[in-house]
Design a protein around this ligand. Structure first.
Ligand SMILES: Cc1ncc(COP(=O)(O)O)c(C=O)c1O
Length: 370
């Protein structure tokens, strides 16, 4: 089966994990700190805080910005449900915003502007499929209204130009991401006091952690805020350090494969469009395509599966899931709904070759013609 995504784990990761086991120190130690510093330098920022997942990181970020009950946070509905869930965890209300267009399925600044109220405190932008949200437009948007800007950068790990353009950005290392630690995430922030706050909150709000108490021998610790257990472990961090060294090469490979896909799909499936038709900075996390309006997506997915090709969807619109429709009925986002109905995600990962890309494009053309 050609999978939509695949982790790239090998002997280097095995050695790194074996070293952690031999050290007998398996959580919140030097490797987590080392991984944080390596990640920060790779993304051109001063520091970073490792956490147990991107979802945990988004929750910590919003919490550190003081978002809570009574507040509203603008979010894309075309995202993984975690983007909106993180807002709910704080007690605030997610306000769903439509995408710019079906060619640029990123949260629309213009639609966001129409949804701002005096309760709006923040906007969470998401770099869909790895394609970067417009830095200048969102900075102006948030700056003009005094809103916090959070980047859900789950799809944009390693994108050189991501850096940080809002107050906080959170990355994911889940198993299907551009690099993985199994489960894991990383927070970067422009204000060091935000990072200090999330670092404390990820460990129950305690003023010291185990390794500090061992080395510096403070007798006890205090708890000065309500925190969570959102820590990363040493095994994950050791894998992360190894993966980070390979990330740039993998992202280049993703870019090459994406370019091949654009050519092959243009040749074999002229009725299928590939979003972001103009040149666009991207980490090329996934390969979304839009099927023709009248195509039966389920039939096409089944037929590709029979050819040994896995496909998936990114995403069912969050505002139409039972949970969110029940909580916030009547939300209508026409472009998101059209995109979500027609979208199909094709396999894309660095272990693939260009022949496989051609095979997928030919198989999709056949499935559409059947
Ligand atoms: C856009 C987006 N946001 C958030 C998440 C949550 O990441 P994690 O699984 O690390 O919690 C994901 C993960 O799939 C995602 O794709």
């Amino acid at each position: 089966m050609l999978f939509v995504s695949e982790p790239n784990l090998g002997p280097d990761e095995k050695v790194a994990v074996a070293e952690v086991i031999a050290s007998n120190w398996i959580t919140m130690g030097d490797r987590v700190r080392q991984f944080e510093m390596e990640f920060a330098s790779h993304h051109n920022v001063g520091d970073a805080v490792a956490v147990s997942s991107c979802t945990a990181g988004l929750h910590l970020a919003l919490q550190a910005l003081g978002i809570g009950p009574g507040d509203e946070v603008l979010v894309p509905s075309l995202s993984f449900v975690a983007t909106a869930n993180a807002v709910l965890y704080t007690g605030a209300r997610p306000i769903f915003v439509d995408v710019e267009s079906i060619d640029v399925p990123l949260m629309s600044c213009a639609h966001a502007a129409a949804k701002v109220t005096d309760r709006t405190k923040a906007a969470v932008v998401m770099h869909y499929a790895g394609y970067l949200a417009n830095r200048d437009a969102w900075k102006d948007f948030a700056g003009a209204r005094g809103l916090f800007l959070v980047e859900d950068s789950a799809h944009a790990v390693g994108q050189g130009r991501t850096g940080l353009f809002g107050d906080v950005a959170v990355f994911s290392f889940y198993g299907n991401k551009n690099m993985t630690t199994g489960e894991g995430g990383m927070i970067v922030a422009s204000d060091p006091s935000i990072l200090k706050s999330v670092r404390q909150a990820r460990g129950h709000g305690m003023t010291t952690d185990t390794v500090t108490r061992l080395r510096e021998r403070p007798a006890s610790y205090d708890v000065t805020m309500l925190g969570q257990n959102y820590r990363m472990n040493e095994l994950s961090a050791a894998i992360g350090s190894v993966q980070l060294r390979k990330l740039a090469g993998w992202n280049d490979r993703r870019q090459t494969l994406t370019a091949h896909y654009r050519g092959a799909l243009g040749a074999f499936c002229p009725d299928v469009s590939v979003p972001f038709s103009a040149a666009w900075p991207s980490a090329h996390h996934i390969l979304p395509v839009l099927l023709p309006e009248d195509a039966d997506r389920t039939r096409i997915m089944n037929s590709l599966r029979e050819e040994g090709i896995q496909t998936s969807m990114h995403y069912p619109a969050i505002h139409l899931t039972s949970l969110y429709r029940g909580m916030y009925p009547g939300v209508s986002l026409p472009l998101t709904e059209t995109f979500s109905r027609r979208e199909l995600t094709l396999p894309l990962h660095p272990k693939m070759n260009t022949e496989q890309v051609e095979t997928v494009a030919r198989s999709l053309a056949q499935a559409l013609a059947d």
